[in-house]
Write a protein that binds this ligand. Structure first.
Ligand SMILES: C=C(O[C@@H]1C=C(C(=O)O)C=C[C@H]1O)C(=O)O
Length: 355
């Protein structure tokens, strides 16, 4: 046989191997599902050993060319791939644990998913982009503090898609191990949270107590749990996490403090019939460019739900949201016309009009 013919043969066998690897992974996926539903461990070294010994025996009986070492090397690699495949889909979120982003993640993925607290928004995007987590959860806007620039920058820089939105009402509690308000000598919280509870602190006579700002309200709960003369202004989940009794709930001065979060991943949703789409738009510097662009939406009768201008790397862009899915005929037409200017960020089920 010629070299070319031999290589064709190898290609044919590699195709078969590939199909077989995939067929194996389908079964592994089933095993993973079973294990994850019962909480059984993923890694079963005794089962792997049993497989290796059986294969080596079989290979010897049939006079196979593979050495025992070669069988070990090939199959151990295959087991490692399998184990990675069996892991539940991990969810990276802007941490720490018990942050409001964690709460948003749990609202979407339940209490028992595999969560991964990451300390920066960029870090969350990186985990998902590198396949270390299937989903990422990040804040996009808050009713008091507005849009979250880091999230827009990352949506612009990374090639991930928004696959869902979550809206959370932000409520604070006063949690403490002290039996009485009078015993509280210091309060831990995040700096902006103190400001949101001024009136309450005055009403209960805590306005003159020392305020100690820490990096998150979850951290505040952790600190207060160690000190019976301290209290924390934190979320209910943070208080629960650190077994800190809640003295007062909903202590924020103004109601309606809401934060909207995006769930990002590496795939695009199919249309659901009640979708919203988010895009970034970079328009040419000429008079009327924005008006012309928006006019196409008006003519197609597409309802805009949000438009915000934002600076990314010194360039002005627009963050725009509207009703409908990328695959809707009238939206597809607009995307075609403005292909150069639009970066599509995702079409996903609409949960909220605004924060
Ligand atoms: C698929 C399983 O999970 C893991 C992967 C294995 C494999 O790829 O064959 C074997 C044992 C486990 O470490 C299993 O338990 O059967």
């Amino acid at each position: 046989m010629t070299l070319e013919a031999l290589r064709k043969e190898i290609d044919r066998i590699d195709d078969q191997l590939l199909d077989l690897y995939n067929e194996r992974l389908k079964i592994v996926e089933e095993v993973g599902r079973l294990k994850n539903s019962t909480g059984a461990p993923i890694y079963r070294p005794e089962r792997e050993r049993e497989i290796l010994e059986r294969l080596k025996r079989r290979n010897r009986e049939r006079g196979g060319l593979l050495s025992d070492e070669a069988i070990e090397a090939l199959f151990l690699e295959l087991f490692a791939v399998a184990r990675n495949y069996e892991l539940p889909e991990r969810v990276a979120f802007l941490g720490p644990e018990a942050s409001f982003t964690h709460q948003a993640a749990e609202k979407k993925f339940g209490a028992t998913s595999a969560y991964l607290p990451i300390h920066t928004i960029k870090g969350v995007f990186r985990e998902v982009a590198e396949g270390k987590a299937k989903f990422g959860v990040v804040p996009i806007e808050n009713s008091f503090n507005g849009i979250v620039s880091d999230t827009i920058n990352c949506l612009s820089d990374y090639d991930l898609k928004i696959v869902a939105e979550v809206l959370i009402e932000i409520h604070h509690v006063l949690a403490t191990k002290a039996e009485d308000v009078k015993q509280i000598k210091r309060i831990y919280s995040k700096d902006i949270a103190f400001g949101q509870c001024n009136q309450f602190l005055e009403d209960v006579g805590l306005d003159l107590v020392e305020q100690i700002p820490v990096e998150s309200t979850a951290k505040a709960a952790q600190m207060a749990a160690k000190d019976p003369e301290a209290a924390a202004i934190c979320s209910e989940v943070a208080a629960r996490l650190y077994h800190l009794p809640i003295l007062f709930k909903n202590i924020e001065d103004e109601g309606n403090n809401r934060t909207r979060f995006f769930i990002v991943s590496d795939f695009e949703n199919r249309p659901s019939g009640r979708d919203k789409t988010t895009i970034l738009v970079r328009l040419p510097h000429r008079p009327g460019a924005l008006v012309d662009f928006l006019n196409d939406f008006k003519e197609a009768q597409i309802g805009l739900t949000k438009i915000k201008s934002h600076i990314v790397g010194g360039v002005s862009i627009f963050f725009i949201e509207f009703d409908g899915h990328k695959e809707d005929e009238k939206i597809r037409k607009i995307f075609e016309k403005h292909e150069e200017s639009i970066k599509f960020l995702g079409s996903y089920v609409k949960e909220a009009d605004d924060v």
